[in-house]
Design a protein. Structure first.
Length: 117
């Protein structure tokens, strides 16, 4: 094997582990991930509901809860970066009626319980 090829091969083998090891280094990610925040919706009605979250500046769909069932839905980080107030909107599918909660204080990492009757 030519000497130049052996030197190049050795250099590649030495650099490969260093390149692969960077993803797991804690110092590469200086900001920790914010804790995930959820709302658990218990639907006791015989209609499915689409659930939204709002902070009076923005509104986002969280998901659908089927009749007489429960679902745990993730609240986007943009709504709970710090402790704050949000409202939940429950929109029954196939109906014009809409239910809205009062302002609820939510902190990152919490799970809020919401019941629909």
């Amino acid at each position: 094997m030519p000497r130049a090829l052996r030197t190049t091969l050795a250099l590649v083998l030495l650099l490969a582990p260093a390149a692969c090891g960077r993803g797991g280094n804690a110092s590469a990610n200086p900001r920790p991930r914010p804790p995930r925040t959820f709302v658990t919706v218990t639907n006791r009605d015989f209609r499915a509901y689409t659930v939204y979250v709002t902070n009076n500046l923005q509104r986002q769909r969280l998901g659908t809860v089927q009749p007489v069932s429960s679902a745990t839905l993730l609240i986007p980080v943009s709504f709970v970066q710090t402790a704050g107030t949000v409202r939940f909107i429950a929109d029954p599918i196939g109906s014009d009626a809409v239910a809205t909660t009062f302002n609820i204080n939510v902190s990152p990492g919490e799970t809020v319980q919401l019941s629909i009757f």
